[in-house]
Design a protein. Structure first.
Length: 271
């Protein structure tokens, strides 16, 4: 077997977690990542018949039965992932209609996957129905997006339009906009179900007074989605108290649609 720490998916996961911490998005043990893996890739590095232990998931997801995931651990600090990946990360395979997770590698201190695992898996199911190439769900606490939920109307259209107006690239990067949830208790199936429902129409879901969920085809795409939305929120928080003299108009955003071959979410721009 090859050394799993040299696997491209492991190298990129470690780099991403480290970068997210460096950005200030994942203080202490805040935030989590799940990356869906192909069995063919996993089997190069692990004996998939060697199950270390079984962990109940607390939910049902028959669509993910037999699927493999690399997932950050509960209570783990992103700053430590690069130094002890085998403690802070784990590779699991879902079985029994998603009710059981078989640990194949990691969590060597006896730990398990993030407490937000149900929300992640439900979001994977939702996004795979929209985009079969989706592989990543990422949760973190970017300061400016978090601050914005305290001072901005949480209406999804208004929230999205404000972000689009803050930076020219925003409508190009996330033309479907962002969806927003009111404050909900984290770590529950309820918030997982609500997030998954929002994931049906957007790859970004803001958790008010908490953080954001992002989904994408790979770690780079998902990181970039959150990074772009957070930059827009930072600009908004810097100017929100000032009189607005200029903005990006709807006419200009329509020009961006044509230039980049994208389509803004229906009804979010004036014709």
């Amino acid at each position: 077997m090859k050394d799993i720490l040299t696997a491209p998916f492991m190298v990129e996961m470690i780099r991403t977690a480290t970068n997210m911490y460096a950005h200030g998005w994942d203080e202490r043990n805040g935030g989590n990542i799940s990356l869906m893996l192909e069995e063919s890739g996993v089997s190069e590095y692990l004996d998939t018949q060697n199950v270390l232990r079984k962990i109940p998931t607390g939910f049902t997801a028959p669509e993910l039965d037999g699927k493999y995931f690399l997932v950050t651990g509960t209570g783990k600090y992103f700053k430590n992932v690069q130094y002890a990946p085998d403690v802070n990360l784990g590779v699991v395979r879902l079985t029994e209609q998603g009710r059981q997770a078989e640990l194949l590698w990691g969590y060597t201190d006896g730990g398990q996957f993030t407490s937000e695992f149900p929300a992640h898996m439900m979001s994977h199911v939702a996004r795979l129905k929209v985009d079969p190439k989706n592989r990543v769900v990422m949760h973190c606490h970017p300061a400016n997006l978090l601050a914005m939920t305290y001072v901005h109307d949480l209406d999804e259209k208004k929230f999205t339009r404000t972000l689009w107006q803050m930076c020219t690239e925003c409508i190009v990067v996330f033309p479907e906009g962002v969806n927003v949830l009111p404050w909900m208790l984290c770590g529950t199936n309820e918030i997982g179900e609500a997030t998954a429902e929002k994931m049906r129409t957007a790859r970004l879901v803001v958790w008010s007074q908490h953080g954001i969920y992002g989904a994408g085809k790979d770690l780079d795409e998902t990181f970039g989605l959150i990074e772009t939305a957070e930059k827009a929120a930072e600009i908004y928080m810097k100017i929100a108290h000032l009189p607005l003299v200029n903005t990006i108009t709807d006419e200009q955003m329509h020009r961006l649609e044509k230039r980049f071959g994208i389509k803004a979410r229906e009804g979010y721009l004036e014709e």
